[in-house]
Design a protein around this ligand. Structure first.
Ligand code: NAD
Length: 490
């Protein structure tokens, strides 16, 4: 595998050019697996964002005039270049997140698949033809681009997050300004580089690096940004919705989760244990869909608890392909999680395993948290209600299906949910009544496949779904077209 090469100072991409932040400011990005310096990154502010939005606005009309099939071809070539450079991109993802190359490759392949899927939408972009109540009239809807899309993403699955937003935004005929996550700047940079290499006109995709309040907020405030798509925390999402609401911009929010996984007394416990560990700990729990509330029937609670605690203790934590999961993204995040678990312990929680930073010589320089499982936590305790975004799960004991469903729904969030049962009745009733955007039977709480819509209810989002063809609704406006004919002119 060739070694990935990237600049020591990661710039913005504006109008097809690499540009440092206007004020020349930078911040440091560390490798979470080692705690070592990885690169310096352009610390953009309002002026940089303004340049990026102007560039996107100026390029948008010609891009919108480009036939959607042609746009699709250009995006297909872009996805093809991403596929050709998958190993290099995966190395970058691994370096800046600390995840294994194996996980990073899988994520990169997901991004490529999404690119191909969305490129194909250029041959569809369906509207609707329907009937009219008025004689001699035709009625239809067509999709129209919105203008400039402001795309704001987190760092947890960086290349997937970029692809999930950029491909659908562009296929619909918008130009875009992507605000990279401050913890995964290099992935956004390399995607920008790949985008510039083909036939995508300069300025159709601009990439701005920087912090949320300094580079993200001005993007949300800019009146030339017609649609904002944000993936991130509920706290920030709420702020973005308020700002965007003030100027009536369209805003799609994909936010946090506190996802329940129910294990019934008739479940295949081996299968359930496998999926609990994967759902709670893969990607170090840094998944909006991760299972952090494990709800277990009383009849099998002790047996199942012992199974998963024993297995969690054996998980290998580190950045290699044979490790089960890697570090968390930065040291602040790690400190915050350890503190939350400690506070829960002081309120009476029993920490069955983990709850601390890994401080042996191999792990100490990186940002590693031990896989953590708690019990004796009240359903209204802060740790039951707060998304921690780390390898931490709480166990809850319930007497039956009714209690399990009620507890699953007793959350401010509603992103994903899962049940393990052999009963068709329980499975169907759960998928019908659980308050979540995704309901799963006998597997894990995971994000969606590229062709499927993903999103949550309650405080996990504001009702939009990305990606799938449903993402086209986020990034386009519908126009009704009526055509009247004159029968006397026939
Ligand atoms: P975050 O909200 O802190 O940051 C996300 C992005 O928003 C970053 O790029 C950040 O710079 C930017 N940002 C921060 N403040 C901003 C502001 N005032 N204005 C504009 N932009 C701003 O989230 P995080 O901690 O980086 O990511 C983890 C969160 O993302 C979790 O809550 C997780 O559940 C959520 N997430 C959701 C999904 C989903 O599809 N629902 C997917 C992945 C992650």
């Amino acid at each position: 595998m060739e070694k990935a090469v990237f600049p020591a100072q990661i710039p913005n991409w504006i109008q097809g050019q690499e540009r440092p932040a206007l004020a020349g400011e930078m911040f440091d990005k560390l490798n979470p697996a080692t705690g070592r310096h990885l690169c310096r990154v352009a610390r953009s502010r309002a002026g940089d964002v303004l340049q990026a939005v102007r560039s996107s606005r100026e390029s948008q009309l010609a891009w919108a005039e480009t036939p959607p099939v042609k746009r699709g071809e250009i995006l297909h070539e872009m996805a093809e270049r991403l596929r050709k450079r998958r190993e290099e991109v995966a190395q970058i993802v691994a370096l800046e997140t600390g995840k294994s190359i194996k996980s990073a490759l899988a994520e990169t392949d997901g991004a490529v698949a999404l690119g191909f899927f969305m490129a194909g939408e250029g041959q569809r972009l369906y509207g609707r033809t329907t009937t009219s109540g008025i004689p001699n009239r035709y009625a239809m809807t067509v999709r129209q681009p919105i203008g400039v899309a402001g795309l704001i993403i987190p760092a947890n699955t960086p290349i997937a997050n970029v692809a999930w937003k950029v491909f659908p935004a562009l296929i619909c005929g918008n130009s875009a300004v992507l605000k990279a996550a401050e913890d995964s700047p290099v992935t956004a940079w390399v995607f920008g580089a790949i985008a510039q290499q083909g036939n995508l006109p300069a300025g159709v995709l601009n990439v701005v690096q920087g912090y949320g309040d300094e580079a993200g907020a001005p993007l949300v405030e800019n009146p030339d940004v017609g649609v904002i798509s944000f993936t991130g925390s509920t706290v920030v999402g709420r702020r973005i919705a308020a700002t965007a609401g003030e100027r009536l911009a369209k805003v799609s929010l994909e936010l946090g989760g506190k996802n329940p996984l129910v294990v019934c007394d008739d479940a295949d416990l081996e299968n359930a244990a496998k999926w609990v560990l994967l759902s709670a700990f893969s990607n170090s729990g840094q998944r909006c869909a991760s299972a952090s509330r494990i709800i277990v029937f009383d009849a099998i609670y002790n047996e199942f608890r012992d199974m998963i605690v024993e297995r969690a203790k054996k998980l290998k934590v580190g950045p290699e392909d044979d490790d089960d999961f890697g570090p968390v993204i930065n040291e602040d995040q790690l400190r915050n999680m350890v503190q939350c678990v400690e506070q829960a312990r002081q309120r009476g929680a029993n920490v069955l395993t983990g709850g601390h930073r890994l401080v042996d010589p191999e792990h100490r320089p990186g940002f590693y948290m031990a896989p953590t499982i708690l019990e004796d936590v009240k359903s209204d305790d802060e740790i039951s209600k707060t998304e921690l975004f780390g390898p931490i799960a709480c166990l809850y004991r319930v007497k039956d299906f009714g209690e399990a469903l009620a507890l699953a729904n007793d959350s401010p969030y509603g992103l994903t949910a899962c049940i393990h049962t052999r009963s068709l009745d329980r499975a169907m009733e759960f998928t019908r009544k659980v308050q979540a955007g995704v309901a799963v039977v006998n597997a894990g709480t995971y994000g969606s496949e590229p062709h499927m819509p993903f999103g949550g209810v309650k405080q996990s989002g504001n009702g939009w779904r990305e990606p799938g063809t449903e993402a086209l609704d986020v990034y386009s406006d519908l126009k009704d077209v009526y055509i009247s004919i004159d029968p006397d002119a026939l």
